[in-house]
Design a protein around this ligand. Sequence first.
Ligand code: C2O
Ligand code: CU
Length: 479
Amino acid sequence: MLNRRGTLKLGAVAGVALALPAERLVSAVTGSAPKVAAFQQQLPIPPVLSPVYSDRSTDYYEMTIKQATAEILPGVQTNVLTFNGSFPGPTIKATKGRAIKVTVTNGGDSPAAVHLHGGNVPHDSDGHPLDVIQPGKSRTYDYPNAQRAGTLWYHDHAHHLESEHIYRGLAGMYLIEDRTEAPTLPRGQFDIPLMFRDVALDDQGQLLWGNFDADRRNILLVNGVPQPQLKVRRRLYRLRLANVSNDRLMKVKLSNGAEFLQIGTDGGLMARPVRRTEIGLFPAERVDVVVDFSNVAGGSQVKLINSLGENPGCTEVMAFQVTEGARRGQPDDDDASVPQKLSVLPPIGAPVMTTRKVVLSFDFQNAVFMINGKTYDPQRVDFTVKRGSTEIWEVTNADPDPIPHSMHVHLVQFRVLDRDGKPVEPWEAYPKDTVSIPSGQTVRILIKWDSQFTGIYPFHCHFVGHSSMAMMAQVNIVP
Ligand code: C2O
Ligand code: CU
């Protein structure tokens, strides 16, 4: 059952908020540990949604928000809130330049709004916090897909309810594909979304919920189950890592010391691949990698390790079970490779017209999260920006260690210029829609408002425990 009390009540006692999510302080109350053996369940792949109808320019989809049960632990039915009964939601596969319209019916018992995270969409399809679908009603979202291919996701954004809704299951992947871009990358069954998020379960296997109880969410799921295994061949795989946790930080590596070849970030492919041994993921960040299993012995296991895990299940996140046999040449194998030149990135925008300061802070007195000293008011415009202009935002986390924040800007992909004046690594420079802002740091981002759309769009911290408690503001984009 959904109820708002958890959120509101916990807001009131937000002294607790300081046992903040990412620090994983040991909490007095913890969820019960999963009673499952590691690496026994197969990794589920969320179903790909099929259009109900297509015409020359557009594919039409339908989804229903509804209560359902999911088998998070084997043999245990957990009540969840879903798109189409699927936990996580179905994957929508779009093609660059071909529009999608999704009609969403709210079969739940609280208002919901669907936001396409990373999407360049009209403001009335952006899932603004007040622009909700009431229970029993439907609405249609327009997704033009007039943007670079990339690994996006969709999730609820209803005012004050989003963190509970996302936690209960209202999130799914949205992949925009472009067949002309780096066509040799692994595809189809060798291109796997990995959605990471945590839950707390009671001893009946039901979700425990409180906006500030991130500390007890001690079970880490991949595509909806803890510690799954994926059978892989001795070849290249594309893995789309997405941390869709409400409040959890992750840092992942492979147990055999092998490297990831990072090919993309939040908003699509990078110019060139970058080798990485360990990858940090703040909530809502996506990192697109290729992993080469061709030199791994058949029959062995490579684990995905989260070095920020607070227990074995959150540390040994999943396993890749490498099958015996030839490296390649199985009938449905393709000849995948990673080109040295992945993509041509758009040029940096025209002269910077405006510089803005954005300060993220927690108000200890009133137990609320703020941007520039203000809590979110969905009726207020915080910044008016000119469409087509280029701005620099200096985003500061004014909170003491260890209260991390992040900055997510709707509608556009931005460039991260520097952290406390030091230029960032290429893998976190561009294209990004969410950037980590650790305690005390100032991160400068360059935003070119290059969308054709105007209107009101939010920006916020993407620890959804913070954004749903007011760490959100909005821009009005004017022609
Ligand atoms: Cu992923 Cu405003 O959201
Ligand atoms: Cu925050």
